[in-house]
Design a protein around this ligand. Sequence first.
Ligand code: 6R9
Length: 661
Amino acid sequence: MSAIESVLVENRVFPPSEATVQAARISGMPAYEALCREAESDFEGFWARLGRENVQWTKPFTQVLDESKAPFYQWFADGELNASANCLDKHVGTPVENKTAIVFESDDGQVTNVSYKELLARVGQFANALKAQGIRKGDRVIVYMPMGVEGVVAMQACARIGATHSVVFGGFSAKSIHERILDAGAVAIITANYQMRGGKEMGLKVIVDEALAMGGCDSVKSVLVYERTATPCNMVAGRDKTFAEALKGQGTECRPEPVNAEHPLFILYTSGSTGKPKGVQHSTGGYLLWSKLTMDWTFDLRPEDLFWCTADIGWITGHSYVAYGPLAAGATQLIFEGIPTFPHAGRFWEMIAKHKVSIFYTAPTAIRSLIKAAETDAKVHPNNWNLKSLRILGTVGEPINPEAWMWYYRNVGGERCPIVDTFWQTETGGHVITPLPGATPLVPGSCTLPLPGIMAAIVDETGKDIPNGSGGMLVIKRPWPSMIRTIWGDPERFKKSYFPEEMGGRLYLAGDGAVRDAKTGYFRITGRIDDVLNVSGHRLGTMEIESALVSKTDLVAEAAVVGRPDDLTGEAVCAFVVLKRSRPTGEEAKQIANELRNWVAKEIGPIAKPKDIRFGDNLPKTRSGKIMRRLLRSIAKGEQITQDTTTLENPGILDQLAQTN
Ligand code: 6R9
């Protein structure tokens, strides 16, 4: 049974225990419903109240929502604040000041604690170093860093001086960095000499050098290099400085630069349905409000919690629930440098026990791979560790299949901890549809109900509501503070991608299919409806991988990429390739397939490597020359073709492509 089919027949319900309800911030469904009613009856009043209660403004806002330039919505537009001050300075003089902000565990298991006070000093000093490099409010700075305190310091320091950061995940290639430097017009890059993952030292600076050598990067004036390891790396005189050099002589006090609520806090690139990644631009005020408030609501954060979000700062989850949300909420959080399987696949459980983690937030793909590991090696099963400190579990990034949900619930949460299956996107800035641990009865595989103020719905392609029980497209009908503001440098694409005219131009189109339960109204996400794949919780555009393949011009004539279901990674990348030479078979096909995989890894990053590569003399096309992707999807799944193929230019090609190479 497919994951989606098994979700559709799911009927187990897990209500929160009475004790959990009693102790929760949002206590029981009536409290949730009251908040929803408040948002419905006085939308602006609701958000104004939350904006005042959760954010410190250097200049209070008087406007709440400005729709005059819709769909370019503005929130709290005349207010001023600083995001870093809201994460750090705010706690000075409160009990949080001396509390541990970050417990860092390195790849090799060394632990360092950083208090809020120390973090503030480090961010201040780094902010001064950035200013000394000539970096100013409004400048764009690329951050290409390993997981660790320094990455968070770099992001916070940018925010402190009003520079807009654009974090690039450490697994992305030189080409990807190059694209982002050009698109963002970055003036500086913050990176590390190496990163440590699974006991291996991997070069980061070398990839930055390669990106800068690709040309057109004159905007980049400086590169700051964190020396994560003692191994030297290439340094370019006049351009590159180590952190130690840059920080030398800099004081730890740096006045946070007040910025307008709509000032771009960051740009984060994500895959869309064309070849070019989209620079999702976020605001400061609305974004910060939601990352802080969802810490309180979705994770029901308490002062004594130890919060652990396993996401890398290179993804939106690492922005909202590592770099900003936990700090704004005054939490103590664990940051982990390494990978879940090193030195053994029980590392996560071991770390939860060692640090007494109480809130654990990870991706379904990690859970599935750890289930597999525990099934083959009893020594890494979670039951080898004491996980009693856990109070709340969460998932993010992709639909979780009920089997994995049940395993997580039983074996990690001891049937005691609510699981918050949080649906959201780079574009939404924070959670939008999710259970509340002290209110929502849970159904495995369902992200349940929208957060108060989030007007989620399911509609057809004209924007008309679809009754519960039938599938359609997920939309959000009203703006919300942490929503994407635009695509950096491409407002037209923003409008077309997210507020299509065919639907009236005012509904936010998420790009996911969904269905609501006929009785409960619970949402179930059925997956992307555009050309975006979700592989291990990472978004990949099929067009992006196709462009990477055809850019190997000496070999590839044509390529089409589709997804197919995969037990471990959710979806897997499947590429159909026509070569410029004759179609290879046997060993030779394997060898060329490997060559192409490595090529894609170099062009985009290892996460984009196609799992399957099939070669054909041609691709199935309509007479007008359109590639029939739905047929390719069926072939990729190994299904019998039952669709009508009479409009195909070359029906014979299907048999050839169906043969595995
Ligand atoms: C936060 C994040 C967004 C896409 C989204 C959807 C999928 C995320 C999900 C989920 C089902 C969940 N997705 N959370 N699908 N249930 N709880 O992952 O952002 O990288 O932009 O990906 O991920 O398809 O559209 P991002």
